[in-house]
Design a protein around this ligand. Sequence first.
Ligand code: GTR
Length: 326
Amino acid sequence: MFHLPKMTAVAVVASMLMASATSAQTVLRSSDTHPDGYPTVEAVKKFGELLSEKTDGQYSVEVFHSAQLGQEADTIEQTQFGVIDLNRISIGAFGTQVPEATVTQLPFIFRSAEHFHNVLDGPIGEEILAAFDAVDVVALAYYDGGARSFYNSQKPISTPADMEGMKFRVMGSDIFVDMVGALGGNATPMPYGEVYSSIQTGVIDGAENNYPSYDTAGHAEVAQYYSLDEHLMVPEVLVVSKIVWDGLSPEVQSAMREAAQESVAYQRELWAEKEVESKAAVEAMGAQINEVDKAPFIEAMKPVYDKYVTDPKLQDLVARIQATEG
Ligand code: GTR
């Protein structure tokens, strides 16, 4: 190895620092658990292009897809520490850390995609985004994540009774554990990246997710029964580390907020296309999709609401969501 004399090394480092200060090209690293091409990954790339345009090339974004930076729970911590700059993540992965955001994890809280958009695009959506400040990230925008339904390797599920004794993987939030419990099943929180092999080896019977995840993670290959109860619509969020955010000028902060907002319409378009494409893809993989009467599933969720919606502030939030049109 070539060793520089001490003084020379110092001079080299100093000139490198000066170069980075003058050229001022900052590449922000963004995490995503999904593979390249997935709507969230493509939307964050678009966000990066818009940010770069708005900052005259001063800031750009590199998306580390396919969980290259780790599983979601770990990447949240790293984002809080400022090790990862940006993160596109499901609100479900935050668990119950952000009380206002937990309402979006309540089963059947959103009645339709239209209701979901009406709530998140308005003042309630703003209020929930702002609540993330308390956990050291700044939430910039919501992306679509569709409706999640149960799937498993054993049999079609038509009523909660069919779930009796079955094991389902859920995201790391107590709400989801109680949700499955209230339906008669057993829930195991585990990282997304372990679901495929856990179903394959029989550690769990199934999981729950939207069509695009069920498709792209290959879960349809190992759990062919997909039962359309659509119990959850959990928003995806794009967050930036608070440490990184605090180091940005107000101009760059606004550019970032604008770029994030502008990437939303693009993500929604890609999402709508991907849902259709993935439904066809899973059917081609042998998935058997059954319709479900949602009423008994909705009915069974009362204890979950009773347990998690006790704070009057959250009760008010839930009431306002329910009163929103759509
Ligand atoms: C997907 C979501 C991911 C991840 C995954 C999971 O729908 O887009 O961010 O949370 O679900 O179930 O872990």
